[in-house]
Design a protein around this ligand. Structure first.
Ligand code: ASP
Length: 317
C-alpha cells in the first residue's frame, strides 16, 4: 500500500482511513469543525491555498463529493479544474497515469480521484511527483475516506462522544466503501459496538469487519442503537448477482418509523446518498426529526477543506 504520510508524520495523501491513528483522525475532525457554519451564515473563506491548483478527476458519477471538493478548494483560495473522464478498462491504468502526468505538468498540486476499480488512487499516489498529493474521493467498494470523516464528524456533533455508542450499519454492506471507511474510523475512535444489519447476500466476507456483530433481522439489529447508518443498494457493483426487488427489500430491510422506534429515542439516522426512498428508507424517516442526512452533506465541505488544508498547507511557501 502506498504510504500516506510524509517522513515527518504529516499527511501527504488520503487514500484510506484504515491506517490512521485516533490522534490523526481527531486532528482532522477538529480542523473540520472549525470550517462548519450554521446554514444561512456565510461559509468560511481563506486564502490559505492561494496559488495552488486542485484537479478533480472522476471516472464514476458523483454529485455531492465532486461539488463539495470543488467548493472546499475554492473556499481555501485554490484554483480548481474538473475532469470527468471515460476510460476503457483495458487501457485504464496507463491512460490514467498519462492524464495524471499531464495535470502535473499543468502545475496541479492535488489530485482528487474517484474510480470504480480498486487500487487506482494508490497507483496514482505511487507515481506522482513528491510535491503532489492524491486524495481518494471513492475507490471501488474499498474506501471513501472523506465520507468516513464526515460521517464521524456528524456523529460527534450530535453525540459529543464516541465511547459507548452503538452504531448499526444497515443494508448493502458488501458493496459499500462508505461502510468500510466508517468502520475504520469508528473502530479507531473507540466505538466498540458496530453492528452489521442486512440480508446474508449483502454481508461482507467473514474475514472483514472483524469484531462487528452481524444481524439477520433489522428489528434485533436496531434495538437500542444510538446511530443508524443506512446504505444504498449498490446496483452497479452486483455483477451477475441478482439485485434485490425494491418492494421486497423495503418490506424486510427498509427503515420505517416503526423500526426507527426500536432504536434509542435520541438515535440519529444517516445516509450517504443518493437515497432510494421507499427501498432503503421511508421518506418520513429521511426527512424526519432524527435524520442528520443534510448535516452530513454540509459537513462534507468542512471535512474536505480540512483534508486539503492538511495535505497542502505545507506547500504555501
Ligand atoms: N455516494 C456514496 C458513494 O460514493 C454512496 C453511494 O453511492 O451509495 O459511495
Amino acid at each position: 500500500m502506498t504510504e500516506q504520510l510524509r517522513p515527518d508524520g504529516s499527511l501527504r495523501h488520503l487514500l484510506t482511513l484504515e491506517t490512521l491513528s485516533r490522534a490523526q483522525l481527531e486532528r482532522l475532525l477538529d480542523r473540520a469543525q472549525t470550517f462548519v457554519r450554521p446554514l444561512g451564515e456565510r461559509p468560511p473563506r481563506t486564502q490559505a491555498l492561494a496559488g495552488l491548483t486542485v484537479a478533480n478527476l472522476f471516472t464514476e458519477p458523483s454529485t455531492r463529493t465532486r461539488v463539495s471538493f470543488e467548493l472546499a478548494a475554492k473556499r481555501l483560495g485554490a484554483e480548481v479544474v474538473n475532469l470527468e473522464v471515460q476510460l476503457s478498462s483495458r487501457v485504464k491504468g496507463e491512460s490514467m497515469l498519462d492524464t495524471v502526468y499531464t495535470l502535473q505538468s499543468l502545475h496541479v498540486d492535488a489530485l482528487v480521484i474517484r474510480d470504480a476499480e480498486a487500487g487506482v488512487p494508490g497507483l496514482v499516489a505511487g507515481h506522482v511527483a513528491p510535491h503532489v498529493s492524491v486524495l481518494s474521493a471513492g475507490e471501488a467498494h474499498v474506501s471513501h475516506p472523506t465520507q468516513g470523516l464526515l460521517d464521524t464528524l456528524t456523529i460527534y456533533q450530535r453525540k459529543q462522544r464516541f465511547a459507548g455508542l452503538a452504531v448499526a450499519i444497515v443494508g448493502d454492506v458488501r458493496h459499500s466503501r462508505v461502510a468500510r471507511s466508517a468502520w475504520h474510523a469508528l473502530r479507531a475512535l473507540g466505538v466498540a459496538d458496530v453492528r452489521l444489519v442486512g440480508p446474508a447476500a449483502l454481508m461482507p466476507a467473514a474475514n472483514e469487519f472483524e469484531g462487528c456483530a452481524r444481524f439477520r433481522s433489522i428489528g434485533r439489529g436496531l434495538e437500542g442503537v444510538d446511530v443508524i447508518m443506512m446504505l444504498r443498494i449498490q446496483k452497479e457493483r452486483f455483477g451477475d448477482a441478482d439485485v434485490p426487488d425494491g418492494e421486497k427489500y423495503f418490506a424486510a430491510w427498509g427503515l420505517t418509523p416503526e423500526r426507527l422506534a426500536l432504536a434509542r429515542p435520541d438515535a440519529i439516522v444517516m445516509h450517504p446518498q443518493p437515497m432510494n426512498r421507499g427501498i432503503e428508507i421511508a421518506s418520513e424517516v429521511a426527512d424526519g426529526a432524527q435524520s442528520v442526512i443534510r448535516d452530513q452533506v454540509r459537513n462534507g465541505v468542512a471535512v474536505r477543506m480540512a483534508v486539503l488544508a492538511e495535505v497542502l498547507g505545507a506547500r504555501r511557501a
